[in-house]
Design a protein around this ligand. Structure first.
Ligand SMILES: Cc1cc2nc3c(=O)[nH]c(=O)nc-3n(C[C@H](O)[C@H](O)[C@H](O)COP(=O)(O)OP(=O)(O)OC[C@H]3O[C@@H](n4cnc5c(N)ncnc54)[C@H](O)[C@@H]3O)c2cc1C
Length: 367
C-alpha cells in the first residue's frame, strides 16, 4: 500500500460517482485526509450517480482521433486502469475487466473508416486487428447479418462500474477515507484561504482543497462563486436480456461489441446488456428503447427471442461550449472534475490522476 504521511492536507470531494471515488481513493492512499460527500454515499448501490447506470465500455484505442487532450487522457486511463486494478486485486478487490472490443461496420463507408483506422493504429504500434466477415461468423451466438467487417481492439473492453466503485470505496475506507451522507448546498472561501462547505440541513465542513465531482449539480454550486461552467443532461437507457433456452453460449465474443452505436455486452449465465441511447434532457423516451431492442430490424433471432429482465437509465453531464471532461483548478484550492459525458468510466483514472497531480503540486489556478 502506498501511504505517504508527509501530506496531511484535508481534501473534501463532492460527489461519489466513479470520478469522485477514484480521486478520493488516490488522494487517501497518498496520505491526504479525504472526506467524500454524497447524498447517495451510504447506500450499497451508490444510486444517484450517472456512474451506477453506466455499461463500463472502454473505447480508448478505437477513438477516432490519435492526438490531442482527449486521446492522451484515453491512453493514460487505459494504462492506469491496468495498474490500479492490479493494486486493488493485491488488496483482495479484483475487478472484472472483460478484455476486447469489436467495432462492427454496417455500411461500406464505415468499412472504409475501420480499415483506415486499423492501418493508422497499427502503424502507431497499437494492436488493432481488422476481422473479415468470415472471422465474424466464428462468433456464437451470431452477430447481425449485415456486419461487413469488424475492428478488434484487445486493450479496450468492458469493466463492471459498480464493482470498481465499491473497490475504490472499500480500499479507500480501509486507508481512512471518510464517507459523509449529505448534499452540498454552498461553498465559501474563508479568510484563511481554506474552504467551508455547507450541507443541506446546515452542517458545515472545512478543508484546504475542494474537488467538485458532482456531475450535473456542479454548475449550480459554482454559480455563487462567479464561475460559469454549464453542463447539459443527456439521458441513456440500457437493458439486461436473458438469452432464450437453447441459444448457444457466448463463444469468442470480446468484452463488448458495438453495432451502429449500440453496445452489446455478454454477461454471465446467458445474459446480455444492451445500451445506450443518447437522449437530450432528463425524461426517457420509451420509443428509443423499442428502437434499441429492434436493432434497426437487424436483430438476430436469438436476440429477438431474448427475454427482457431489467431496464435502467441514467444521466450523463455534457459540457456546453467546452470539450469533455472539465478538468480545471478554478481558484486556490478549488478543483473541478466533471462533465465526462459518455466516457467517465474509461476516463476516471486519468481524471483522478490529474486532480491528484494538481493538489500535489499545490497549483492554485490552471485556466
Ligand atoms: C446509460 C449510460 C451508459 C454509459 N455507459 C458508459 C460506458 O460504457 N463507458 C463509459 O466510460 N461511460 C459510460 N457512461 C458515462 C458515465 O456514466 C459518466 O461519464 C460517469 O458516470 C461520470 O461520472 P462522474 O463521477 O463524473 O458523475 P456521476 O456518476 O454523475 O456522479 C456525480 C455524483 O455527485 C453526487 N452529487 C450531485 N450533487 C451533489 C451535491 N450537491 N452534493 C454532494 N454530492 C452530489 C451525485 O449523487 C453523484 O453520486 C454511461 C452513462 C449512462 C447514463
Amino acid at each position: 500500500m502506498i501511504v505517504n504521511h508527509r501530506h496531511r492536507a484535508r481534501v473534501l470531494v463532492i460527489g461519489a460517482g466513479i470520478v469522485g471515488l477514484a480521486s478520493s481513493w488516490r488522494l487517501q492512499r497518498l496520505g491526504y485526509a479525504v472526506t467524500l460527500v454524497d447524498p447517495a454515499a451510504a447506500g450499497p448501490q451508490l444510486a444517484g450517480s450517472g456512474s451506477s447506470a453506466a455499461l463500463g465500455v472502454f473505447m480508448g484505442d478505437v477513438f477516432h482521433r490519435a492526438s490531442g487532450r482527449a486521446w492522451r487522457l484515453r491512453q493514460q486511463s487505459i494504462d492506469l486502469w491496468g495498474r490500479w486494478s492490479a493494486d486493488l486485486a493485491a488488496q483482495g478487490l479484483p475487478l472484472s475487466f472483460q478484455a476486447g472490443l469489436l467495432l462492427l461496420a454496417a455500411t461500406a463507408e464505415q468499412e472504409d473508416r475501420l480499415k483506415r483506422l486499423s492501418h493508422e493504429r497499427q502503424q502507431a504500434g497499437l494492436p488493432l486487428e481488422l476481422w473479415s466477415k468470415q472471422q465474424l461468423q466464428r462468433l456464437t451466438p451470431s452477430l447481425p447479418a449485415g456486419a461487413l467487417c469488424g475492428l478488434f481492439s484487445p486493450r479496450d473492453g468492458q469493466l463492471d462500474p459498480l464493482e470498481a466503485m465499491r473497490a475504490f470505496r472499500s480500499d479507500g475506507q480501509r486507508a481512512g477515507l471518510e464517507l459523509r451522507h449529505g448534499a452540498v448546498v454552498r461553498l465559501e472561501r474563508l479568510a484563511s484561504g481554506d474552504w467551508q462547505v455547507e450541507l443541506k440541513g446546515g452542517e458545515t465542513l472545512e478543508a484546504s482543497w475542494v474537488v467538485l465531482a458532482s456531475g450535473l449539480s456542479t454548475p449550480a454550486l459554482l454559480e455563487t462563486l462567479g464561475h460559469e461552467r454549464p453542463v447539459e443532461a443527456v439521458l441513456g437507457q440500457a437493458v439486461e436480456l436473458r438469452l432464450p433456452t437453447g441459444a448457444p453460449a457466448f463463444e469468442h465474443w470480446p468484452g463488448a461489441v458495438v453495432w451502429q452505436g449500440v453496445n452489446l455486452i455478454p454477461r454471465p449465465h446467458g445474459r446480455l446488456w444492451l445500451g445506450a441511447t443518447l437522449e437530450p434532457g432528463q425524461a426517457a423516451d420509451p420509443q428509443r428503447l423499442e428502437q434499441l431492442l429492434e436493432f434497426d430490424g437487424q436483430a438476430p433471432t436469438w436476440l429477438r427471442e431474448a427475454e427482457l429482465v431489467s431496464r435502467w437509465q441514467g444521466l450523463r453531464a455534457r459540457p456546453v461550449g467546452r470539450p469533455a471532461p472539465l478538468l480545471e483548478v478554478l481558484e486556490q484550492g478549488l478543483v473541478l472534475a466533471c462533465g465526462h459525458y459518455r466516457n467517465g468510466i474509461l476516463l476516471a483514472p486519468a481524471s483522478a490522476q490529474w486532480v491528484t497531480d494538481r493538489i500535489e503540486a499545490g497549483i492554485t489556478c490552471s485556466r
